[in-house]
Ligand binder design. Sequence first.
Ligand code: PEP
Length: 259
Amino acid sequence: MSNKKIVVGNWKMNPGTVDEAKRIARKTRRAASKLEHTDAVVCPPFPFILAAASRKKYLHYHLGAQSASFETGGAHTGEVSANVLRDIGVEYVIVGHSETRREGANIGDTDETVSNRVIAVLEAGMKAILCVGEKNRDESGAHFDFVKDQMRKSLADVPKLRSQDVILAYEPVWAIGAKESMKPEDICEMAIFVKKIFSDIFGNDSAQKVQVLYGGSVNFHNAADIMKIGQVDGLLVGRESLNAVGFVELLKAVDEVKY
Ligand code: PEP
């Protein structure tokens, strides 16, 4: 386990107004500044990233984005480059979220575009939060091969030296936006598994350092158990990150977790 915990709030295409974005960000950074062992990262939609920033530096509060173009600039209408994100203060970028990978999605990610985005994010000097996870699972255990394949393809071009800037987010697609999270015992099994694959790709020394997050219906009630029993370094949180009261409680609960 890494000694620093991290909680990433994925706001998706929310909230509806800049005032609401400012309100959620303000509450989150105040809570983050009181944390001791945990970093909080907020990933608003692009137009709200600067609204979530503050002139004053808040400890343990960081800006993230939900994706980045793999192009560096030029004639790419509608895209936002990793360098531009870095320039406005973004430090983390979510890459390959299942909502950008799913069929018919606006972004339409494939393992290849995800791999290109990871490289673009790392080259711009930010950390890539790489999302992997099976769509469904059954008794056959096919989900292990699915996740292994996703990881191998998405990390195909990352040099070992840059692997330290990759964060792995295991997010079983069936648990995102659901009523309940995956069972913490099963999360533990997958956390060990993704570390093992990371070790096969980059070596044991890199795998010792990589942070593994879990995402999928995390809230302030289940966060501590998921961290402790699931043996993860952090959480990727959707809906609860927009509920300022719940998210503040979640951050406190994670910060108090002792493994
Ligand atoms: C997510 O958006 O990555 C996510 C895990 O969403 P939720 O927490 O709402 O399930």
